[in-house]
Design a protein around this ligand. Structure first.
Ligand SMILES: Cc1ncc(COP(=O)(O)O)c(C=O)c1O
Length: 361
């Protein structure tokens, strides 16, 4: 072992040494259906109006640390209850990190069902929290409520994450199960509504019933992934604590101005999401009609599907060869054996994906 390796081995936390860095697939010259992005951009006219707005931004000044104007628009757009407080993050990833910083420390636990969003685990490891996972039921990827409750008893978690709908399975868990978990949790429960624009249900209004509930959202999936903006809504007492861990200027001036502009044109974003929801149904029936494939019902802007045994890696590669990038879920969790995940794209992209998939099969 070199001196350098020995030094690293001595000083970098073992949990960090054991981590694999989050991998993003190279995407040049491909139809990119791997990251749940909205495939639509804006009209020329709207882009011009946006650029005109950006001309007024003062890059020499720090951003408004409270992002007051943006928060007002987000409250309105997201239906945040008046009595709830709001905190913004550089993507919801940063909010997950802030929660880990505020609630973490030796002996603290994060609990989530699995498979779920990988950053819950990665960030817990980064921040030195123990991550515990309770397997979803094989049938319909529902929560295993008795097992979740038993896990909470056995090792009380500081935070429970429930993605609603869940990534990468795409389903909404049963609302009653989530309510029971919120009622019985010893710490906070974060309902992660990253895909709310496609879901048709939300816990935002339930914030007024449950002071231990936090609802997290992002603008990423509604067409603004490049901005990096997430929000956490919840009881002011909790948010006051979490705010102390937020770096003062975490939402930059370009993000604040652009997000305000986009929310002034909410109808455009909502129309895009509605189109994606409609196209999801078409894509679902097309996938279901291909012999040997099993797509799973989705309330998000992506569809996970099982391919014939042993072929996920090969098909993922064959699709990439044909210029279509999807996510290979095989190997990430035993319940996702032989599974791929595709984001709903434009009708043209979906057709190209289906054609490439059929040809590869
Ligand atoms: C469930 C879930 N939460 C949060 C995120 C991250 O969102 P953001 O882009 O705001 O960091 C994702 C991204 O894929 C997700 O699937």
């Amino acid at each position: 072992m070199s001196d350098q390796q020995a030094r690293i081995g001595r000083w970098v936390r073992p949990a960090v040494q054991a981590l694999k860095a989050y991998h993003v697939q190279p995407a040049a010259r491909t139809i990119k259906l791997d990251a749940m992005e909205n495939p639509y951009h804006w009209s020329e006219e709207m882009v011009d109006a946006w650029l005109a707005r950006l001309r007024q931004v003062e890059l020499n000044r720090y951003p408004d640390p409270a992002a007051a104007g943006l928060k007002t628009r987000l409250r309105e757009a997201m239906g945040v209850p008046a009595e709830s407080e709001l905190m913004l993050g550089n993507g919801s990833d940063e909010l997950i990190l802030l929660l880990a910083l505020a609630l973490g420390g030796a002996g603290k636990t994060v609990l989530a069902p699995g498979p779920s969003f990988v950053m819950y685990r990665i960030i817990a490891a980064m921040a030195g929290l123990e991550y515990r996972e309770v397997a979803l039921r094989a049938e319909g990827f529902e929560l295993n409520l008795p097992a979740m409750l038993a896990a909470m008893e056995e090792q009380p978690p500081a935070v429970v994450y429930l993605a609603y709908p869940n990534n990468p399975t795409g389903n909404l868990f049963r609302r009653e199960d989530i309510e029971t978990i919120i009622e019985r949790a010893p710490g906070v429960v974060v309902v992660d509504e990253a895909y709310f624009a496609f879901a048709g249900d939300s816990f935002m209004a339930d914030l007024t019933r449950y002071p231990q509930l936090l609802v997290m959202r992002t603008v990423s999936k509604m067409g603004l992934a490049g901005l990096r903006l997430g929000l956490l809504a919840g009881h002011p007492d909790w948010l006051a604590q979490l705010e102390k861990c937020r770096l003062p200027y975490n939402i930059n001036v370009l993000t604040q101005a652009s997000a305000e502009f986009a929310l002034d044109h909410r109808a455009v974003l909502e129309e895009q999401s509605a189109r994606i929801r409609r196209d999801r149904e078409g894509l679902m029936s097309e996938l279901a009609a291909i012999p040997g494939l099993q797509p799973f019902p989705s309330q998000a802007n992506f569809i996970a599907f099982r391919v014939p045994p042993g072929r996920a890696g090969e098909l993922h590669g064959a699709l990439r060869e044909r210029g279509v990038l999807v996510k290979n879920l095989h190997g990430s969790d035993p319940q996702l054996a032989d599974c791929l995940r595709v984001t709903v794209g434009t009708p043209e992209e979906n057709a190209a994906f289906l054609q490439a998939l059929k040809a590869s099969l």
